[in-house]
Design a protein around this ligand. Structure first.
Ligand code: ADP
Ligand code: MG
Length: 330
């Protein structure tokens, strides 16, 4: 069952041009352009792309904190922009967010127990104090924190523990979708895998859908059922995680796959193979045609003609008119 559907979603931000007169129209920064995507109930979608590719903006459109400039966000088939007040309140409880910097996301003067209970107070104000403490204790155990730590403050916790608090806070209302925006990017590499595995286990056990955002494909590969790759606001490729990584059809996906750090005994180190050359163009004036063509090793003149639509290539869908034909690692 489809829980969330994005239909040609675009989000633009008006930005004042430097040196412009006040009466001049602002430039439009295209943060997300024409993204169509679905998330099924219980499914984990990995969302990857370099910094600036529009991942956080897409996340904010999904949780409803910024409106679509065009296109639609459908929650259980209903347009988010047209929900009744009551349904909108329910949507806010059903979709929860986990943020990148767990300590910054927590109020330093609030015990972690109260931080976890806060969404309950907002959405289930009739629950008694005992009931709230019981629910908080329960969810703390789920994320691997002793309920005895309920009355401690965030600064007494490690980064990994703070993120467990952030996850507990997202879980306490029994949401249907969690949007985790780079939830492990600020954590030590040694604890990243623990937190990723915890989230993976929890959402599968509880039947929750998850959008797991990362700039690094290696972080999402083990947690995702499907992966969506974004570049400069557009979807480049989407498909089941395994074939998308084993045999990417889009040159940008291949670049991300090759940027995955792999142990390289010959050089006695981890090889972080260079991503494609050059910087991401400005989203104020994206290249015509395929937005990736200015950095694409396979670009040809006709790539400038029109933005390619997603189309099936082997087991994934890629927005590329010259996709990688061979199964790379076959
Ligand atoms: P990502 O999360 O993939 O790094 P973002 O969604 O944060 O990407 O940003 C996409 C683009 O939108 C960037 O160029 C960013 O500078 C721009 N952007 C994001 N939020 C705003 C905003 N509120 N106003 C203007 N530009 C924004
Ligand atoms: Mg971001």
């Amino acid at each position: 069952m489809t829980l969330l559907r994005l239909e040609d979603l675009s989000v633009t931000f008006p930005v004042a041009r430097r040196g412009a007169w006040p009466w001049e129209a602002p430039d439009l920064l295209r943060a997300v352009t024409d993204v169509s995507l679905e998330v099924a109930a219980g499914e984990t979608l990995g969302l990857v792309g370099e910094s600036g590719s529009g991942k956080s903006t897409l996340a904010r459109a999904v949780i409803g904190t910024i409106p679509a400039s065009s296109g639609r966000v459908l929650w259980e088939g209903q347009d988010l922009a047209a929900l009744s007040a009551g349904r909108r309140r329910r949507h806010r409880a059903e979709v929860q967010m986990v943020f990148q910097d767990p300590l910054a996301a927590l109020n330093p003067r609030m015990t972690v127990g109260r931080a976890i209970a806060e969404p309950l107070q907002t959405h289930e104000p009739d629950a008694s104090r005992d009931e709230r403490r019981r629910r908080v204790g329960e969810v703390m155990e789920k994320v691997g924190l002793s309920p005895k730590l309920m009355d401690r403050y965030p600064h007494e916790f490690s980064g990994g523990q703070c993120q467990r608090v952030g996850i507990a806070r997202a879980l306490v209302l029994n949401p249907r979708l969690i949007v985790a925006d780079e939830p492990v990017s600020a954590l030590d590499v040694s604890v990243q895998a623990q937190v990723v595995n915890l989230m993976k286990r929890l959402v599968k056990d509880m039947g929750i859908s998850l959008i797991f955002i990362a700039h690094d494909l290696s972080v999402v590969r083990n947690v995702s059922d499907r992966i969506a790759v974004m570049y400069l606001g557009r979807l480049m490729e989407v498909g089941p995680a395994r074939p998308l990584i084993a045999a990417p059809a889009h040159p940008y996906t291949r670049a991300l796959v090759e940027a995955v750090p792999v142990p390289d005994p010959a050089r006695g180190a981890v090889r972080a193979a260079g991503l494609v050359e050059g910087d991401i163009p400005s989203p104020l004036s994206p290249p015509s045609g395929c937005v990736f063509r200015t950095r694409c090793p396979r670009a040809r003149p006709d790539c400038a003609d029109a933005p390619p639509a997603l189309r099936p290539v082997r087991e994934t869908e890629a927005a590329c008119i010259h996709p990688i034909a061979e199964a790379a690692h076959a």
